[in-house]
Design a protein around this ligand. Structure first.
Ligand SMILES: Nc1nc2c(ncn2[C@@H]2O[C@H](COP(=O)(O)OP(=O)(O)OP(=O)(O)O)[C@@H](O)[C@H]2O)c(=O)[nH]1
Length: 521
């Protein structure tokens, strides 16, 4: 082929190569453009990140500053990848740290809110809000941004409370908490035993405490209860004092009698020795007279005289003995009387103490064993569980919606209802089982030696019996129900722990609609 024929071909190839090179260059320019846009985007993003993270963590600040300066000089994003990975790690650990901080702050705020709710006289609305707030604080929060509004809310509650307190020139009011305390005092009064002459006063105070009560009446009621209690204590103290004085007097008499007897005995001993001495010298004189006698008639006269003297002495001694014996008898009699008076006094005091002890173990309203008696019994039953491995169920019984009976029909009706239910509970049990009024409208049953499959049967039967009682309040027929939670004393748990499980079961029974028995498994 000639040189002239190859030229156009070469030229066309060169043109094509040039075109491809031009295309590639355009592509490169485009890519460069994209790269630059990405870097600009990254620069902007890092800039914003730096602003929003500033001051949170020194290491993070430094990394971001370094990245910003690298971005200013770097042309390729790839070269920045190790920096970006390190930044990611720092950001991750910072996020974890923030979450921990938020959690700590949440807990501190929850505890603050709780303390606020415990403040006396907290306005009802605020109390409700705070309770709601406390519930919300239990939900997990993942960022500081969710946390901040909660913080603002808590500050708001503080502010509200503060301005309410500062503005309160308002007269004293009975808060729900005071009302609750008044009810508790009424309940306590039901558990105490007072003298018959004070019972009507106590009933009146109780009725007042149980109803809607004003500050003045509440203070009066407290004063009255204190007076009555002080009176009972003083009376008890006086009667013990009188008893001790009586014993002391009696012992003084006995002591004097014993000391008289002793003196008498000492005197007698001295008199007897004197008499014996005289008798012996009289006998000696008589012996001498007999030995030296020369005349029988003279001796006879002498001996008769001496014998008369001896007889006189013996008679005198017998009279003295008689007198002393009478004195001794009298003083022994006196002592016997005093001792029998002391014995009588002591045994009547003992009877009183035994009666008082019995009353102390009984709930005055329902006549069921009270909390102290329950504790006594529990100790014994628990000992049997530990010693012989026997079974013991603890069941906590609570009357449903009892407050509404008090509210709708009065406290006295509430009291009567308690008495009827207490009796029903008592009658539902076998003699080795035990029921006590634990307080308020709560009772505790102890069921020893009952199998798991029977316990629910027994408790449900008791529940049904109470439900079937035909209560009639102001011509309305009403059904009163109970909820029950029961637990078996297990393994090596304490009785307190069993109680807590029974209580939790009762709570479940209430939550699941009441009028039911829940057994803790
Ligand atoms: N009449 C009378 N009421 C009492 C006695 N002791 C406690 N109470 C009242 O019993 C009520 C108990 O009410 P709450 O604890 O609110 O319970 P409840 O109304 O039974 O409601 P639930 O237990 O939730 O079903 C309170 O109003 C107490 O004042 C008492 O000796 N006599």
């Amino acid at each position: 082929m000639s040189e002239t024929s190859t030229q156009p071909l070469e030229r066309s190839m060169l043109e094509q190569q040039l075109k491809r090179a031009q295309q590639a260059q355009r592509k490169l320019l485009e890519l460069n453009e994209v790269n630059q846009r990405q870097i600009r985007g990254l620069v902007e993003c890092v800039h914003h990140l730096s602003i929003s993270c500033k001051g949170q963590n020194l290491e993070l600040d430094n990394r971001l500053a370094k990245l910003r300066s690298r971005l200013a000089s770097e042309k390729q994003v790839d070269a920045l990848l190790p920096e970006l990975a390190a930044l990611c790690r720092t950001l991750q650990s910072q996020a974890q740290h923030s979450q921990r901080e938020v959690k700590g702050s949440q807990e501190a705020m929850a505890s603050l809110a709780k303390r606020l709710t415990q403040l006396a006289d907290l306005p009802e609305g605020l109390q409700r809000e705070l309770t709601f707030f406390q519930q919300e604080m239990k939900k997990p929060v993942y960022s500081i941004w969710e946390h901040l509004p909660q913080l603002r809310r808590l500050v708001g509650y503080y502010e509200a409370l503060l301005s309410e307190r500062l503005a309160s020139n308002t007269p004293l009011e009975v808060s729900p908490k005071h009302q609750q305390m008044a009810h508790e005092l009424a309940q306590l009064l039901s558990e105490l035993e007072f003298r018959p002459e004070n019972r009507s006063t106590i009933a009146a105070v109780k009725a007042e405490l149980a109803g809607e009560i004003g500050v003045e009446s509440l203070l009066d009621a407290y004063q009255q209860v204190l007076d009555l209690l002080t009176g009972e204590i003083v009376r008890e103290k006086n009667s013990s004092q009188q008893f001790l004085f009586a014993i002391n007097d009696a012992l003084n008499v006995v002591r004097e009698a014993v000391s008289d007897n002793w003196n008498l005995t000492v005197r007698n001993f001295g008199n007897q020795r004197e008499l014996n001495r005289k008798l012996s010298s009289q006998c000696n004189a008589l012996g001498d007279s007999v030995a030296n006698a020369t005349e029988l008639e003279q001796l006879k006269q002498h001996v008769s005289k001496e014998l008369a003297q001896l007889r006189g002495m013996l008679e005198k001694r017998e009279q003295e003995d008689q007198r002393e014996f009478m004195k001794l008898k009298e003083s022994m009699e006196q002592m016997r009387k005093e001792l029998s008076a002391i014995t009588n006094e002591a045994s009547s005091y003992k009877e009183k103490l035994v009666e008082q002890q019995r009353l102390n173990m009984l709930d005055a309203l329902t006549q069921l064993p009270n909390r102290a008696a329950l504790e006594d019994r529990l100790k014994r039953e628990y000992r049997n569980v530990r010693r012989y491995g026997s079974k013991l169920w603890v069941a906590v019984v609570d009357i449903d919606h009892f407050k509404s009976i008090n509210d709708n029909f009065g406290h006295t009706t509430g009291d009567k209802t308690l008495q009827v239910i207490a009796m029903a509970l008592k009658n539902a049990l076998r003699k080795e089982e035990f029921v006590a009024r634990y307080g308020g409208e709560e009772f505790v049953l102890l069921l020893p030696e009952v199998d798991e499959e029977h316990v629910a049967l027994i408790l449900n039967r008791t529940r049904e019996r109470i439900k079937a009682i035909p209560f009639k309040f102001r011509n309305d027929r009403l059904t009163v129900t109970i909820s029950v939670g029961a637990a078996l004393v297990a393994g090596n748990e304490t009785i307190q722990e069993t109680f807590e499980r029974a209580d939790a079961a009762l709570y479940r029974a209430k939550r699941q609609g009441r009028d039911r028995v829940e057994i803790d498994n």
